[in-house]
Design a protein. Sequence first.
Length: 315
Amino acid sequence: MLIDPKHLHILSAIVDAGGMSQGARNLGKSQPSLSRIVADLEARLGESLFEKGRRPLQPTELCTRLASEGRVIARATQQAQDIASQFISGHAGSVRVAGTPIFMDGVISTIIAGFQDEFPELRVDQSYGYAEELIEALRAGTVDTCVCPMEPGDVPDDIGFQRILKGRNVIACGSAHPLARKKSLRLEEISEFPWITQPAGSPLYQDLRDVLDSIGISDFKVSYSGGTLSSIINVLAGSKALTVLPFSVVYMQPKNTIVALPIRIEHPKRELGMLWNDMESQSPAKRRFIRYMTKRFAGISQAVAERQRQEIWRE
């Protein structure tokens, strides 16, 4: 015999309320409608659900057991409604975000931590890549959004792009580096120190070569190459090596770890931005993540600009 789960929910509401009138009010229904449902259910079962002539209303043993199942259904229904509400409001779900390794580890991961602290029911799956492969991943639907430095003219027409941070590179070193303690610097002073190069396929690798060419350093020693951001920072902090990094990455590191030298260098035309394939098809969680990232980067951009104004940059 099939029993409508809604009828079991109604039975539990009547039993828990101690009567038809209060049960109807709790359910937002009329008492006559509940009475008809109980009468129809009794007719189908061939059994009474409430003791005849007893006031206040007394459930039979069968009714008590059916009401117990109704409470399970009521809890499941409420949980389902909560889940649906969280997803629809963008407070639950998952986001697949990818980006260039240096920015993802140096800046984005910190922002993701704040995002998940504010929205603990949202899951973030992170991966790495460079511009060309990230765009292909967006088109293939294997990632939802990407954070990547791009020249605006290089963004394909079918890919959305929102600038979140202006590109600015600096020459970085450990906070205990001899040059970090100098009040003034000449460009030739940096030529005697070794360099850390980024992975050969990364934009930062070409940036470093361009920077060295622009300041007239053609013969330089490489002391360390490749590696993750954490390993690069560890080598910088414990050696006399120099490297080129985005200023936002240096800014986000703990104090007394690495510093930016006050030497003005040529900055890339790229701008850090968020990319997506079709915003209209994005889930509420993904749209919330993009809004959160945009808002956080507005604050970071302002803070970075203020730090730049406080520094003395030499040509």
